[in-house]
Every structure is written in C-alpha cells, then in structure tokens.
Design a protein around this ligand. Structure first.
Ligand code: ASP
Ligand code: MG
Length: 409
C-alpha cells in the first residue's frame, strides 16, 4: 500500500465528463489498496477567463484581489471531483489551500510555499477518505489568499507529496511523458522512460513546458519521486524523474534537445574596455528586474570592446531603452539589437564524462549553414543562440545527429 499524490491538469478536468473519468481512475488506484491525495487544476481555460475578467475591470489588477479571483477555478474542481468520487460510493473530502493551510509568503501571483500543515489530511487518509486539495493556491501568514504562478498546481502537488512523504507524485497531463524534444517539430521524438532532475530542470527552464519549473526544483530538494503520465491513456509508465545517483543503468549521453523561441539579443558596441563596464551595463538591467541569459564580451581592440547579452523577447524594448541611457554614461558608440533570436540546447548528464559533444553540435549546425551567434554551457548543457528562422531545422538536425530518434539511445 502506497501513499500517492496525483495531480490532474486543466484538460483532464476540462468538463464534468472528464472529471467523472478522473474520479473513476482515482477509484481504481484506491481499489488497489493505495491512499490518495488528488490535486486538480482549474478546468482548462478557466484561469485565463478569470484573469481576463479582472482585467476588464482594472487593466492593472491589484495583485491581492487578482489572487482572490484566480484561485477560484480550483475551488470549483475540488468540489466537483469530490462529488464525483462520492457518486462512486467513495469517501472524499475537498480542501482549499487556506483550509489545509498551505502557508506561503505574500508575493501575490507568484507566492512560494513555506510549509504545509499535514495533520487534517493524514487524519482523513487514516479514516479512509480520498483527499482532494486545490492546486495553485495558498494563504499567507495574515490570511490573504495567494497563488503560486501559472502552472502552479504542479508545485502544489509536489509540495504536498514532500510534506506527506508520499511514495510517489504523479502528474497527469495531456502528454504521456517527457520527450527527447517537441514532437510537433520532430515527429521521431521519443518519450523518455526516465530523466534526471538536473536534466529536467534544464529542459523545463529552456522552454519544454511539461512541468512548472518550481515543482522540479521542489522535487529535487525534497527527493520526491515524480512521474509525468498521460491523463487520457491508461497503463502507460510515463516518464520517471530520477536522481542521478540512483541510476544503475548506463545513461544516454544526451537526453534531449530543448529550445526557446522568445529570445532577443542586445549589443553595446564600442565600449571602453575597463574594469566595471559589465557592471555598469548589466546593473541597471538587473535593477529593472530583467533576466539576462547569455553574455559575451569580446576581446578588446585599442581599448574598446563590444558587449552582448540575451533577454526574453518581451523585455527587449525595455532593456534597449535602458541601454540607450547607459550608453551616454559609459561613452559607448552604439546600441544594436535583434529580437528574432532563438536558443537551442543539447542536454544530458552524460556530458560530464564525454568529450566532443560541443564539436559535434557545432559541426552539425555548420553543415546546415546555420550561424551560431552566441554560445553558453553548463556541466550538462550546451546552448547556442541562432536566428529564429533556423530554429526548427536546428532542432531536427541535432535530434538526428545525436541519434535521439533511435530506441535505446
Ligand atoms: N490553474 C492554474 C493555471 O492555469 C494553475 C495550474 O493549472 O497549474 O495556471
Ligand atoms: Mg500545467
């Protein structure tokens, strides 16, 4: 008998019919002798609808009130799912985040979980209840309702699994696992049986949006056994997210190709090459809360150099405006930029012990005439920034070059 936390995404609970299906599935797990805590998202589209309503009243909604509104979608699905379970003759009980007491900080719309009171849930489980907990929401120490950021019910589920020391946290979603890359771009992409936390973090932060990145960080920190599965096909194994040390078998060197379309590059040309310049350029960018990703400073010539970095495309105009001001202070010649960039990365823990991955990546792109504009690396990832128009081609050729289409790769 295991204690299992199951999270069902918005599509899985998108209609009352689907909620009844979820209830049947939960019932089957319980019939096998397991104890279940179930975390549903809001019905698909509902959170967007609620946020749009708020914006009809106030273009810049007050964050506290926005959370009061956005959190209601999950309150509906926990009630409906509990009722669907009862209709099957099972004992079920729902809780909002505040009722459980999922305590968070007060950062409305992106709150972080501080602690979870597991007492009532444990008592209910012991009494034979299936416990249904609203995802995406919590309460701060002053009793204000908070939400955890879009996609936050993944994090709710993982945090509950950690607090309850559950045997497994299962995330049911509309894909049946984590793939070597996006199958919409590469039809030969394969589902991975397992991926390590480190790789998943890279894949998640690089834009493969299967899980909210915070949930992966949380699972890594608290050693939660996490599995991504399809909510529509039953019986699949999904993808298990494992710890590197636990893996006995040989790992593929590369696990996947991740990518992100929404990149933009900014370059400050003709910068005096002296100490403090990087700080003078990037300090104001950081002060404006703009995330910088890749950074390049060229070798200086005649006391001058060029400095480039990438930001999310949404922040391009804002960053450019800041640089126009900085330009005057530091005596730079010109600001250039390109907001049609994309980033492609090969990810794999096997890189730690294998050489030649970078050269293979660069050769593969060169053979297609794709110009690499920036490069960054970590121990388990190599990323390149390229012109967005070559993104799909780059992903396809890299997927093939690293034989990710081969079973057992
Ligand atoms: N309902 C929330 C959202 O749409 C949370 C979630 O689905 O994970 O972002
Ligand atoms: Mg989601």
């Amino acid at each position: 008998m295991a204690l299992i936390v199951q999270k069902y995404g918005g599509t899985s609970v998108g209609s009352t019919g689907r909620i009844k299906n979820v209830a049947k599935r939960v019932a089957r797990w319980q019939a096998q002798g397991h104890r279940l805590v179930v975390v549903p998202s809001a019905m698909s589209g509902e959170t967007n609808r609620l946020i749009a309503l708020a914006k009809e009243i106030s273009p810049n909604p007050d964050p506290r009130e926005l959370d009061v509104i956005a959190s209601t979608g999950e309150q509906v699905t926990i009630g409906l799912l509990s009722m669907a379970l009862m209709e099957l003759g099972l004992k079920a009980k729902s809780y909002t985040g505040a009722q459980v007491k999922v305590l968070t900080d007060s950062a409305f719309t992106k709150a972080r979980i501080i602690s979870i009171d597991d007492e009532r849930i444990r008592a209910d489980l012991a009494a034979g209840y299936i416990v249904v907990v609203a995802g995406f929401q919590g309460v701060d120490e002053n009793g204000n309702i908070t939400t955890l950021g879009r996609g936050g019910s993944d994090t709710s589920a993982v945090a509950l699994a950690a607090a309850l020391k559950a045997d497994e946290c299962q995330i049911y979603t509309d894909v049946d696992g984590v793939y070597t890359t996006d199958p919409r771009i590469v039809p030969e992409a394969r589902r991975l049986d397992s991926i390590t936390f480190e790789e998943m973090l890279e894949m998640a932060s690089l834009g493969s949006k299967v899980l909210q990145i915070r949930s992966v960080e949380f699972a890594g920190k608290y050693k939660v056994k996490l599995r991504v599965l399809s909510s529509f096909e039953e019986g699949g194994e999904g993808t298990l997210i494992t710890f590197e040390d636990d893996i006995k078998m040989e790992r593929p060197i590369i696990s996947g190709i991740a990518f992100n379309r929404d990149e933009a590059k900014l370059t400050v040309l003709g910068v005096p090459d002296r100490p403090g310049i990087a700080y003078q350029i990037l300090g104001p960018i950081a002060d404006a809360n703009i995330d910088v990703d890749m950074i390049i400073q060229n070798v200086g010539h005649d006391g001058m150099t060029d400095f480039s970095f990438t930001v999310n495309r949404n922040e391009y105009e804002k960053a450019k405006a800041i640089l126009e001001q900085v330009k005057g202070h530091i005596g730079a010649r010109e600001i250039a930029g390109d907001n049609r960039m994309a980033k492609v990365s090969v990810v794999g823990v096997g890189m730690r012990s294998h050489v030649g991955i970078a050269s293979k990546m660069f050769r593969t792109l060169a053979e297609e005439g794709i110009n690499i504009q920036m490069i960054s690396t970590s121990e388990i990832k190599i990323s390149v920034a390229i012109d967005e128009k070559y993104l799909e081609l780059a992903v396809r050729v890299l997927h093939k070059a690293f034989e990710l289409d081969q079973v057992g790769a």
